[in-house]
Design a protein around this ligand. Structure first.
Ligand code: SF4
Length: 279
């Protein structure tokens, strides 16, 4: 199934691998052994990535499996689970690894550990409350200014680049949550939106879900209609609750935009200085 040139990726539970054979899949499980059994090397061609839904599983089996299969570690409680990241570092030799961390008040420590271990991070931002916004601001400051951060922290990384290049990439895309391109298939086989909180069943044409939501948001002449960041956000923070207030998340966009402007300024100054030296 193809929307435009982009194939739809299906986020499926491991028991549905036979049903989705031949399609682009992202396979999730609590059990690494189940993943390895369901996905022999011959089946890896259409595999986009695997999601490990727990950080306490025995992962040795993954060290001997496939090669270069992107692995997404799903963290639920950053305050208690951050020490569990260390035991996954040995898999980096074999697979690209990313850690998905929910935007909870305690996320900063988890991001620092992930970053020290050289894991890229995806922040599951949802609709953050004021305490989570503060934590996100701390993470953004760390990402922008700490010299040891060598791996992307999303959505900050791609948003910064898109501000820098002035080519907006909506958050729906950065967060891999637009159901036109990524479908979450529930354990009982129903297709819906991948975005957390998983379990909200979206019906109707999933290919047009984001476009319809954006039309509604703009027609209602609410906060999105006058938002300077609409092209970079796409109304992402107005779902599932449309009455979510965006003053906090706008501080994040503003900081990213300012950082991109500073970056451009630094680069221009550097270029002029190099010309002055004749190099
Ligand atoms: S930041 Fe809020 S108001 Fe602005 S586009 Fe996103 S959801 Fe709409």
């Amino acid at each position: 199934m193809v929307q435009g040139m982009r194939p739809v990726v299906y986020n499926i539970p491991v028991h549905l691998v036979p049903t989705y054979r031949g399609r682009a899949i992202l396979v999730r499980s609590q059990d690494p052994t189940a993943l390895v059994h369901a996905l022999p090397d011959s089946d890896l061609e259409t595999l986009v990535s695997v999601q490990l839904l727990t950080l306490t599983a025995d992962i040795d089996v993954l060290a001997d499996w496939g090669y270069g299969v992107p692995l997404d570690l799903i963290m639920r409680s950053p305050d208690t689970e951050f020490p569990l990241l260390y035991r996954h570092a040995k898999l980096l030799d074999k697979h690209p690894i990313r850690v998905s961390i929910p935007a909870r008040p305690e996320l900063f420590k988890a991001v620092k550990v992930a970053s020290a271990l050289r894991f890229p991070v995806k922040l599951e931002v949802g609709q953050p409350d004021s305490v989570a916004i503060e934590a996100l601001q701390a993470v953004l400051d760390f990402y922008l200014h700490h010299p040891s951060v060598s791996q992307p922290v999303e959505f900050f990384h791609t948003a910064l680049l898109s501000f820098y290049h002035q080519t907006p990439v909506p958050l729906w895309d950065i967060q891999e949550d637009d159901p036109a391109y990524v479908r979450y298939v529930t354990d009982d086989g129903q297709e819906t939106i991948a975005r957390h909180p998983v379990g909200i069943r979206v019906t109707g044409d999933l290919g047009c879900f984001v476009a319809h939501l954006q039309q509604e948001l703009l027609a209602e002449r609410g906060e999105c209609g006058t938002c300077e960041f609409f092209a970079y956000c796409g109304g992402y923070f107005k779902w599932p609750r449309k009455d979510y207030g965006c003053s906090g998340v706008k501080t994040l966009f503003r900081a990213l935009r300012d950082a991109s402007a500073a970056l451009r300024h630094d680069l221009n100054t550097f270029t002029v200085a190099m010309k002055g030296t004749g190099r």
